[in-house]
Design a protein. Structure first.
Length: 446
């Protein structure tokens, strides 16, 4: 929805998706700081927020736009609104909590984890539990349910195929528990090292900075706020780790769970050693250090990509996506004189064209109507489709289907060594697809 809105507003350009990714990540940073400021004060919150560049999802993911990135601000935004709502009877905070929770589920179903821990917080915390006697909580719950009705109806109409897809993706592309634990532990370790470095930087006197306050004058984090951080910041991650030890899971699905880890590390440092409160605070010097660290991470990644590009090792993310989409748009329009409305094939090759095509086509994943319920037989007959795949694609059309319709192969070059990237296509013009084709070639659900 956001991408479609961006295309309608600015046109179909690659930079639109990059801008949306930047806005989502920036919003996540803002929500982390706002929540931390409520829990432990602005300076400590800033330190916890500035630890986020240690997480690749908050730096490298700024270069891509997907469900994981969209979920980042919704995850932490839900926690912020829940904290505000649970401490008051103000209706607006409960409405925002319910609305963000629902939107988060539209972004990704893993949002259900933090929502479940939010419900647990309401039941465990005395002040939050007292809101059960008022009306504001139930208004927020009503907003949540109403906004989820279209999603629930869509899931029911498609036999909950989205949930089946999640399970299949975890099984096929997930990593084993030990590897999952190692990667998460490495990221948390980097954040902890960043915290130690930030606290050490606070101890270095600078002529233009005010002297550090006496630790006794520093407000300690309240027990209620600390428990909230433990439950909402650590709970989903620990549960995910436990589940990953039993069944493989996709590492990137844990991306939003890192959002509160920085705040939690700062809170732990203050609770374990109260005297550390005078150093567990950030200022301009910390912001500069965090910026330098972020640029270093992005620079290292960009350098590695440039080296691969120069050596002729081309990954999919280096494909000339805009050129690929523009050329296949021309091929389709030359053959049909109509905008491209359906593109079929694997999610990467077909998705690359679908993302930047001026016709804003629907993706017919693997020609499987179970995976793409928006593509129906009448629509396919009326609009036709362009099927795309390359030599490395896990899915490709049957040879007899290729022989039945016009087809070809386009070659693109990448990098200084002009490494070829070949994309095969099959063109089904409007009104050329028949009932017999649907019965023979489209993969029906069992």
């Amino acid at each position: 929805w956001l991408l479609a809105f961006g295309y309608d507003l600015f046109g179909t350009h690659l930079w639109v998706s990059l801008l949306l990714a930047e806005l989502c990540i920036a919003a996540a940073y803002i929500f982390v700081f706002l929540l931390g400021r409520d829990l432990m004060g602005a300076r400590a919150a800033l330190l916890g927020t500035l630890l986020l560049p240690a997480v690749a999802h908050f730096t490298l993911d700024a270069l891509r736009y997907n469900h994981n990135v969209v979920q980042l601000p919704l995850w932490i935004g839900f926690c912020f609104c829940l904290w505000r709502a649970s401490g008051s009877e103000r209706l607006v905070w409960w409405i925002l909590t319910g609305a963000i929770a629902a939107l988060g589920l539209y972004a990704k179903f893993t949002m259900g984890l933090v929502i479940a821990f939010g419900a647990l917080w309401i039941m465990l915390d005395a002040e939050a539990r007292s809101r059960l006697r008022g009306r504001a909580l139930y208004v927020g719950l009503l907003v949540f349910v109403v906004l989820l009705l279209p999603l629930a109806m869509g899931l029911g109409a498609t036999d909950f195929v989205a949930l089946t897809w999640v399970a299949r993706e975890s099984a096929h592309r997930g990593i084993a528990g030990g590897h999952f634990l190692r990667d998460v532990g490495k990221t948390v370790l980097f954040m902890a090292l960043g915290l130690i470095g930030g606290m050490a930087a606070s101890r270095v006197p600078l002529r233009w900075t005010a002297p550090l306050p006496d630790p006794a004058a520093e407000p300690a984090i309240a027990s209620r706020a600390f428990v909230f951080l433990l439950l909402m910041g650590g709970g989903p991650m620990l549960l995910t780790l436990a589940m990953a030890m039993v069944k493989p899971a996709r590492l990137e699905w844990a991306a939003p769970m890192y959002s509160m880890i920085g705040l939690l590390l700062v809170a732990l440092a203050i609770r374990i050693r109260p005297r550390a409160a005078r150093w567990a605070r950030a200022g301009l010097r910390h912001a500069v250090l965090a910026l330098v660290a972020s640029l270093a991470v992005l620079g290292h990644d960009a350098t590695a990509d440039l080296q691969d590009r120069a050596a002729g090792h081309i990954q999919k993310i280096m494909w000339p996506s805009a050129e690929i989409a523009a050329r296949f748009d021309r091929i389709w329009q030359t053959a049909t004189a109509q905008p491209l409305r359906i593109v079929g094939g694997g999610s990467w090759v077909a998705g690359t064209v679908g993302l930047l095509s001026t016709g804003h086509p629907s993706l017919f994943t693997n020609l499987d109507p179970e995976l793409s319920p928006a593509v129906t037989e009448p629509r396919l007959e009326q609009d036709g489709m362009l099927v795309l795949w390359n030599d490395d694609s896990a899915w490709r059309p049957d040879g007899d289907l290729i022989a039945r319709f016009p087809h070809g192969r386009e070659v693109f070059t990448v990098g200084p060594k002009a490494v070829p990237v070949a994309v095969n296509y099959l063109l089904v013009a409007p009104d050329q697809w028949t009932d017999a084709d649907w019965d023979q070639w489209v993969e029906q659900a069992d």
